[in-house]
Design a protein around this ligand. Structure first.
Ligand SMILES: N[C@@H](CCC(=O)N[C@@H](CS)C(=O)NCC(=O)O)C(=O)O
Length: 230
């Protein structure tokens, strides 16, 4: 059985969507990152960077249990466990990994900072807002050009690369972006949004998350608790 330790954020959604697409059975455990659950000893044992998502699988490689953190590693694990959502052909597989790494190393971190400085910073810092909003626009442009002559980001099929990128495009307004400026990306986004498994994935834990970050949550995520020595 797979146990998922997660929260309904873009990085959490990736894993929830993949599990729903694959039709795997799983238990979900809410790790409320606004209340500091990510600093609990049991969670840190499987996710030492105090970030969701993490999973355990009682039937890992060779039938032995395994735990995994980092959403990209989890997506690769689930794809390899099932032989789905990642092409078998070697070139197509590397293409999928390229676009997965594009999300993990660029899209996620940059869009996360755009969101942070536009929505969460206690004061408006123009330099940071411009820097990350420009970077968001540039990355949206990269995806839009990539999708000009194909339906999916990589490998000629719907893969974990699409699943990794999609949840980061959902909050586009909070990143200062309009999909009307990226029509190829919009087409891709609308097709993925219509998938039943994607709708089930983004609904996982949705009711548990408060609509706004209060001061206590900001403290856990961006204040002294986050940076205390452990
Ligand atoms: N590279 C990591 C990033 C995970 C991440 O940033 N998770 C955030 C929520 S989206 C988190 O758990 N934050 C809690 C914290 O920083 O204390 C991944 O893709 O799994």
């Amino acid at each position: 059985m797979i146990d998922v330790y997660s929260w309904p954020t873009p990085n959490g959604h990736k894993v929830h969507i993949a599990l729903e697409e694959l039709g795997l059975e799983y238990n979900v455990h809410g790790i409320n990152i606004g209340q500091g659950d990510q600093f609990g000893e049991d969670f840190l044992r499987i996710s030492p960077n105090n970030k969701i998502p993490a999973i355990t699988d009682s039937e890992g490689p060779d039938g032995e249990p395994i735990s995994l953190f980092e959403s990209g590693a989890i997506l690769i694990y689930l794809a390899e466990k099932t032989g789905r959502l990642m092409p078998q052909d070697t070139r197509a597989r590397y293409e999928t990994l390229e676009w997965l790494m594009f999300q993990m190393g660029g899209l996620g971190p940059m869009l996360g900072q755009a969101h942070h400085f536009r929505q969460y910073a206690p004061e408006s810092i123009d330099y940071a807002i411009n820097r990350y909003t420009n970077e968001a626009s540039r990355l949206y442009g990269v995806m839009d050009r990539r999708l000009a002559d194909r339906d999916w980001l990589a490998g000629g099929e719907y893969t974990i690369a699409d699943i990794a990128c999609y949840p980061w495009i959902r909050p586009h307004e909070n990143q200062g972006q309009s999909l009307d400026d990226y029509l190829n990306l919009k087409r891709w986004y609308d097709v993925i949004s219509d998938r039943a498994a994607v709708q089930r994935g983004v609904a996982v834990l949705a009711d548990a998350r408060p609509p706004e970050l209060d001061d206590a949550a900001r403290e856990q995520l961006f204040g002294a608790t986050q940076y205390q020595k452990r």
